[in-house]
Ligand binder design. Structure first.
Ligand code: F1P
Length: 351
């Protein structure tokens, strides 16, 4: 058995997948840009698991640069509680799904269409899927489909397309130019920090992984937490940076590693949290644009040269690798995590 072969290949090919997806949308821009630009009263991003976490970060970017009021929700919330979510304001829905087959996402779209009509768009990795079939406004990644259960290159490629969609909607050429530099930065980052991902992933003395992020980085902290759980069956949690002080820090032991995805906007406050956790005995890993002024056990300096919204996909690859190496070191198969399926399909109850 070639344990972990697919996961490793999918993580390492992310830069190429990003390049292909960006080149494809830039050479054939979607014909519904004007529809994106309508004066929506509310924009909703939905997804499940990884794609819900993607939605959290994508919604932050969308609102920050388009100015449209934007929320992210698990698909199941919109499906089951539409009246506590939808209002009479003109609303656009953006559904994200790697497979394009997840029942909750398809059901949420059905409910949205019943309540609000056909103003929805989708981002997926599969152009031949039930989601793609019903979506007249569709963005599809290139070379980002996966054999593994846990999303890696599919996540970041769909996330890049959401950044692209926000950029064209806002007419923000700077953001579009910035995301175009990410594939190259990815290659450098992985070359520089793969050994650190292996070292930390294989550290037997760690048994509790805490991922902290705020603003655009919160959804990414959640996704890193999910990767560690799915691939390596380790106790992992994610919190908004400053929320960690409000109770969860009581769980810190010498076996805890606190991994901080630092923003620019709240950097000083986030650094204070990391110092405090270090004083409480945790190992601290910081990911930031630069390592200047950071006191941590280890630092991953992105040196992307772009703004915090554009650079955010770069937070993930080294953390995905850390989860991969931990899984391999524990003798598990990261391609096929325990108890999980690639797609969750809810079967109707038999009468
Ligand atoms: C979402 C998802 C994944 C998870 C698992 C089950 O699927 O929840 O995040 O890792 O594989 O499916 P999708 O709607 O994005 O295809």
């Amino acid at each position: 058995m070639n344990r972990g072969k697919h996961t490793y290949q999918e993580i390492m090919s992310q830069g190429q997948a990003w390049r292909k997806s960006l080149d494809a949308v830039e050479s054939h821009p979607p014909d519904f840009i004007d529809w994106f630009k309508k004066p929506w009263g509310e924009v909703f991003f939905i997804g499940c698991g990884s794609t819900y976490y993607l939605s959290l970060s994508a919604a932050t970017i969308w609102q920050s640069i388009t100015g449209q009021s934007t929320k992210a929700l698990p698909s199941s919330e919109l499906w089951n509680f539409p009246h506590s979510i939808l209002t009479d304001r003109p609303s656009m829905l953006l559904a994200i799904s790697r497979s394009g087959e997840t029942s909750e996402t398809l059901q949420a779209i059905r409910v949205f269409r019943e309540e609000k009509g056909d103003d929805f768009a989708s981002i997926t990795c599969y152009k031949d899927s039930p989601l793609a079939d019903i979506s007249s406004h569709l963005l599809v990644t290139q070379n980002a489909d996966e054999k593994s259960v846990a999303q890696t290159r599919s996540f970041t490629s769909m996330y890049l397309l959401s950044q692209y969609a926000a950029g064209i909607t806002a007419g923000d050429r700077e953001l579009l130019d910035e995301i175009n530099t990410l594939p190259e930065t990815f290659e450098r980052l992985v070359a520089d920090y793969k050994p650190l991902a292996k070292e930390l992933g294989e550290k037997k003395s760690l048994d509790h992984f805490v991922f902290l992020g705020s603003g655009v980085n919160y959804g990414l902290a959640c996704e890193a937490m999910l990767k560690m759980k799915e691939m390596s069956l380790s106790i992992s949690e994610a919190f908004h940076f400053l929320e960690f002080r409000h109770g969860p820090k009581s769980m810190i032991t010498p076996k805890t590693i606190v991994i901080g995805l630092l923003s620019d906007s709240a950097r000083d406050k986030e650094l204070n949290v990391l110092s405090e956790m270090k004083d409480l005995g945790a190992t601290v890993l910081a990911l930031a644009e630069s390592g200047e002024g950071i006191e941590a056990d280890q630092i991953i300096a992105l040196h992307s040269g772009v703004g915090e919204l554009a650079r955010s996909p770069l937070m993930l690859p080294i953390l995905q690798l850390m989860a991969y190496y931990r899984s391999m070191h524990k003798g598990l198969n990261p391609d096929r995590p325990k108890n999980l399926d690639t797609v969750v399909k809810i079967q109707p109850k038999k009468a």
